[in-house]
Design a protein around this ligand. Structure first.
Ligand SMILES: Cc1cc2nc3c(=O)[nH]c(=O)nc-3n(C[C@H](O)[C@H](O)[C@H](O)COP(=O)(O)OP(=O)(O)OC[C@H]3O[C@@H](n4cnc5c(N)ncnc54)[C@H](O)[C@@H]3O)c2cc1C
Length: 381
């Protein structure tokens, strides 16, 4: 399963393990089970702190749990995590083995103190570039809190489930057997949905902020650039954004950012954030602005009201709220979103294999989508 280069890379990552890790597989007679066994044996052979077991009895087969020896961590792959998910596998191994996650202490504490039992299931495909973020976020949450369980399911391996649950877009997330969300999500967004007290706590914290000299709504490249320019003048600058990074988070390859030959959307978004934070920009992420009231007095302040009820004030407010998917507004579009109406051919394409697909839009992305999946019988208009 692993070629020599991957084995060498993985072996060097595994040097970071601090505690023994177990991979416990639940297998059946399928060919995929034999592949999973091979992968697990290869990983275990790379480091003495990784132990392979094949006596798991999970209902989903093939699948394997990753856990710290002596614990029962809820990290599971019902998938052979190669392709885009290989990084998720490496991170899960390291985090289960005690390697510290790159996450603010405050967020770690928030995850660890979550009350309740959370069983997450993420349906993904190995070609989806938005899926690893969700898989990695939920795996990390499961490493940090034993009451959180997460299984990443390759839809291609569990077609009956995908059909039964009518899943037509990845990633699609279930929580405790009910639909929870779909599309790329970060830990902050997941926490905002399950930590019921979080909105009130955020609102209380935000309400204490002083007036900003420059307050920017939107954390895409435009908002981040405005913030860096303002903050470099030494003035008090804040960004309030529903999703810091904006559209770049949904982008894989970026090849036209001058001076950077090639980068990837999430990496680019992380660099935007680091740049803004370097100049002490106050980034208030995961916050939606619902109302803007400009001052009627010259030199007065503009008030922004957020979805959680908190108010922020700025002497100057810059709106850089960017763009969203454009809908065609045909009947059924909203109802069938992610149930047949998809926005990412690269991610969701495998779920439509062998089906008739109509591509709406004839720009470069539309044409690319139409020719990308030769396995489809495609009608383009
Ligand atoms: C799949 C894809 C691939 C792309 N590839 C490339 C590429 O290769 N090269 C290239 O140059 N461009 C590419 N683009 C386009 C590029 O990403 C956008 O042009 C760029 O992100 C626009 O930046 P922006 O800051 O104006 O807005 P956006 O990135 O859209 O950001 C908007 C920000 O505003 C926030 N926001 C909106 N409403 C509110 C509200 N009410 N309250 C709080 N916050 C709010 C959002 O959460 C977000 O943070 C791509 C886009 C997509 C979707």
């Amino acid at each position: 399963m692993l070629d020599d280069t991957l084995k060498t890379q993985l072996a060097s990552y595994l040097e970071r393990l601090r505690e023994p890790v177990q991979l416990i597989a639940s297998l059946d007679e399928r060919e995929a089970s034999a592949e999973m066994r091979e992968l697990i044996e290869e990983i275990a052979a790379l480091h003495p702190m990784v132990q392979a077991r094949f006596d798991g009895n999970d209902a989903r087969k093939p699948s394997f749990q990753i856990t710290r020896a002596g614990s029962d961590m809820g990290v599971r792959f019902a998938a052979i995590p190669m392709g885009h998910e290989f990084t998720s596998l490496v991170l899960a191994l390291l985090q289960a083995g005690g390697h510290p996650p790159k996450l603010e202490a405050e967020v770690i504490e928030q995850i660890q103190s979550l009350e309740g039992d959370f069983a997450f299931e993420t349906y993904m495909s190995l070609t989806c570039h938005n899926c690893p973020d969700v898989v990695q976020a939920l795996n990390l949450m499961a490493v940090l809190n034993p009451r959180i369980r997460h299984v990443a399911i390759d839809g291609g391996l569990f077609e009956a489930e995908v059909t039964e649950r009518k899943i037509m877009a990845v990633p699609t997330i279930y929580l405790n057997g009910q639909p929870f969300g779909s599309g790329r999500m970060e830990i902050g967004e997941i926490l905002a949905k399950i930590d019921t007290g979080a909105a009130a706590r955020d609102a209380a914290k935000l309400a204490k902020k002083d007036v900003f000299d420059v307050l920017i709504v939107g954390g895409g490249p435009a908002g981040a650039a405005a913030a860096v320019y303002a903050a470099r003048k030494g003035i008090k600058t804040g960004i309030v954004a529903e999703r810091f990074g904006g559209q770049t988070l949904d982008t894989l390859g970026i090849e036209n950012y001058i001076s950077v030959l090639e980068t990837q959307g999430p990496k680019f978004a992380a660099a935007l954030e680091a740049h803004a934070r370097h100049y002490d920009v106050d980034i208030m992420n995961g916050q939606r602005v619902e109302k803007l009231e400009p001052s009627l007095q010259p030199g007065g302040t503009t008030t922004l009201t957020l979805a959680n009820g908190a108010q922020l004030k700025g002497k100057t407010v810059i709106l850089s709220t960017g763009a969203r998917w454009r809908n065609v507004n045909v009947p059924g579009e909203a109802e069938y979103r992610n149930k047949g109406v998809a926005y990412c051919p690269h991610c969701d394409g495998p779920l439509f294999k062998g089906k008739k697909v109509a591509v709406i839009g004839g720009g470069n992305s539309g044409v690319e989508a139409a020719i990308d999946r030769r396995a489809w019988s495609t009608t383009s208009r």
